[in-house]
Design a protein around this ligand. Structure first.
Ligand code: ADE
Length: 247
């Protein structure tokens, strides 16, 4: 898959994107990430990408021309996904990462300053994503977040850890259960005995129950979307949770 990133800080990306699993995935040819300097698409001496807002007010707004020109220079396949990263976007969730990991080409536009000209949202971006309800100084870190979440899902990216994907928080719609490794006792804290029992069915049941418990405690709203079995609902009922009644 091919990911294009349009930014005024191209130098911010290589240290993050060339490390670890992301770097390996690119070396293995699973993903190509091309970072493009927005200022290469300006035509004035100062390489200006922003201007003051019409109607007045504080701050600066990213001008549409460099952004349109930068994206048009990429020769993207017709209808390919172009995402503007902004705090006003739809919240980015695991299902978006799974959807985007299926695409051949994804373009990420990093917003900066107080905003981007509305015509970029209207005619250039096919969607707008936010990585959370807080305001960052720009879309660069969000673009790294989205790239990371997509690339790790590409078949082969995790090497032998591929099965780990099934167990991820959010993939199943639940938060992941507590995890332990050696030593079995650390500073007086013992690993739950069932995990040392070698009883795979009992371990699987314990993990599912603890995932349900953790989700209920921390993110109860996720339970409304999660696929829950009759056993899950029984376990949740013991923890005091009732499914919403329909109608
Ligand atoms: N740009 C600034 N803040 C952002 C956020 N939370 N998500 C996406 N892009 C942003």
């Amino acid at each position: 898959m091919h990911i294009h990133i349009v930014t005024i800080f191209p130098e911010a990306f290589p240290p993050v994107l060339s490390a670890g699993i992301l770097g390996r995935a690119q070396q293995a040819g699973l993903a190509t990430v091309d970072v493009h300097d927005l200022r290469d698409h300006t035509h004035d001496r100062h390489r200006t990408v922003d201007d003051s807002p019409f109607g007045g007010g504080p701050g600066m707004v990213m001008r549409p021309e460099p952004l349109f020109e930068a994206v048009e220079s990429l020769d993207l396949p017709r209808g390919s996904t172009i995402i503007a990263l902004t705090p006003q976007g739809k919240p980015f969730i695991q299902a978006d990462a799974e959807r985007l990991a299926q695409e051949a080409v994804v373009t990420l536009i990093c917003g900066r300053y107080e905003g981007i000209d509305e015509r970029v949202r209207m005619r250039l971006a096919t969607e707008e994503l936010s990585i959370g309800d807080y305001v960052l100084t720009g879309g660069e870190v969000p673009a790294m977040v989205v790239t990371d979440a997509i690339v790790r899902l590409l078949p082969g990216a995790l090497g032998h850890g591929e099965e780990a994907l099934v167990d991820d928080s959010h993939t199943s719609g639940l938060l992941q259960q507590p995890q332990y490794t050696r030593p079995s006792e650390f500073r007086g804290l013992e690993v739950p005995a069932i995990l040392l029992s070698g009883n795979h069915a009992a371990v699987a049941r314990w993990r599912r129950k603890e995932a349900l418990r953790r989700t209920l405690e921390r993110r109860p709203q996720l339970l409304y979307q999660a696929e829950l079995s009759v056993t899950d609902l029984e376990e949740l009922a013991k923890m005091g949770w009732r499914p919403p009644t329909s109608g």
